[in-house]
Design a protein around this ligand. Structure first.
Ligand SMILES: *Cc1c(COP(=O)(O)O)cnc(C)c1O
Length: 399
């Protein structure tokens, strides 16, 4: 068995100043109370069980701490993309059902079963591989059948699902717990694609009835669909980004009261006056027209803060928005406070989050950077310590 990447998810406890990492002024602050709130709000809105998606280091929020918190809050199930994410959760003491949603490779089947991970079966071939591994272990596999209704990513095309469903139902070594598909356009409330995918999915599911097999758990809704398309909620929903309090797309509607879970903060490490005409940072791409006050912030694209925010992003210092000027470096970037601006070393700099009533949302940062909020969150890498706040409250009762 391969070593696990748990060391890739460093965790700095709030108030722990004992090691060098915790001295770093830059941190992603994770508000566990906001996470609880979002879970509760989404579950109430959908009215069905929730599979919280925690792939990609829980969208940058920290795989294990987020999963343990959601488990304590009574989430029904977790979803990850890859085998190793599921194994890391089992090693950390997560006992909830965990679905591995990515396409599997045959040799992974045994390890998935051994760790009691639910397996996505996305073709007849893969069904046979899982069956063979289950038989060799003498232990049944729990599977979810993946139907492709229009994403053309993984899964059996809905119009060919009949024989696939029959083979899975007939399998001695596989228990068909779920059947699911993935929506391509649910973040856009006006897209007609979602209704079409729902129709194809329900038509494929009807095959269970036709052959007299029990209907497994049908799940289809990602965050966009949870927010915009109630008919897609079916037997379980699979929100990812909404759990973290972020909308999937600028076109999305905030039909659920969500609270951002992550704030990204740093501190001023240097203050100076830059004379008119003197360029700032690599490439000398920006220079002030008048003498101006510029501070340096000790983080950069080496932390996953996008370089595309060079000379167009904004941060909060002393409760005001100020522009990022010049190119973002690997470990540092500069901010123009203007000719009259003031800031002192160690002043807080907010890149995402609230400061004195001003708010920079992850969604805003993504739009400025020319990307989606997902990429901003998951791009923040392990060099940034995660600091967990809140979360002392008791478990939320299941609705
Ligand atoms: C990532 C993922 C989700 C969650 O998507 P969000 O848009 O973050 O809600 C749900 N289902 C599958 C199959 C996924 O890969």
């Amino acid at each position: 068995m391969n070593p696990l990447p748990s060391a890739n998810y460093p965790l700095v406890a709030a108030g722990d100043r004992a090691d060098a990492v915790s001295q770093r002024p830059t941190r992603a602050r994770i508000d566990l109370d906001a996470l609880s709130h979002n879970l509760r709000a989404l579950r109430t809105h959908a009215g069905v069980p929730v599979m919280a998606v925690v792939k990609a280091n829980a969208y940058g929020h920290g795989l294990v701490p987020v999963a343990l918190h959601l488990q304590a809050q009574g989430v029904d199930q977790l979803g990850v993309a890859f085998l190793e994410e599921g194994v890391a959760l089992r090693r950390a003491g997560v006992h909830l059902p965990i679905l591995v949603m990515g396409g599997i490779f045959g040799p992974q089947a045994a390890e998935l079963i051994a760790h009691d991970l639910e397996i996505t079966v996305s073709s007849l071939d893969k069904l046979r591989q899982v069956e063979a591994a289950a038989e060799a272990l003498g232990r049944k596999a729990t599977i979810h059948l993946k139907i492709d209704t229009g994403m053309e990513r993984i899964g059996v095309h809905s119009y060919h699902a009949g024989p696939f469903i029959e083979a899975a139902v007939a399998s001695h070594w596989c228990t068909v717990k779920g059947v699911y598909s993935h929506l391509a356009c649910a973040d856009d409330p006006s897209s007609p694609m979602t209704a079409q995918q729902l129709e194809r999915f329900l038509e494929a599911c009807a095959h269970f009835e036709r052959i007299g097999a029990p209907m497994p758990v049908r799940h289809l809704a990602n965050s966009g669909a949870v927010l915009h398309f109630p008919h897609t909620h079916l037997d379980m929903v699979r929100p990812g980004i909404a759990i973290y309090g972020v909308l999937p797309d600028p076109a999305s509607r905030a039909t659920v009261d969500l609270r951002p879970v992550m704030s990204l903060v740093s501190q001023v490490v240097y203050f100076k006056v830059v004379p008119a005409g003197h360029p700032v940072s690599y490439g000398a791409t920006w220079a002030p027209k008048t003498d101006t006050r510029v501070v340096t912030v000790p983080m950069g694209y080496g932390d996953g803060f996008p370089r595309s925010l060079s000379s167009c992003g904004e941060v909060l210092v002393r409760g005001q928005r100020h522009p990022i000027v010049g190119r973002i470096c690997m470990d540092q970037f500069m901010v123009d406070l203007g000719p009259q601006g003031t800031a002192y070393n160690e002043d807080e700099v907010v890149l995402i989050g609230l400061q004195d009533g001003q708010h920079i949302r992850c969604e805003d940062v993504a739009q400025t950077a020319g990307t989606i909020p997902y990429e901003i969150l998951v791009g923040l890498n392990t060099r940034i310590p995660r600091e967990y706040v809140g979360g002392a409250a008791g478990a939320v009762a299941a609705d």
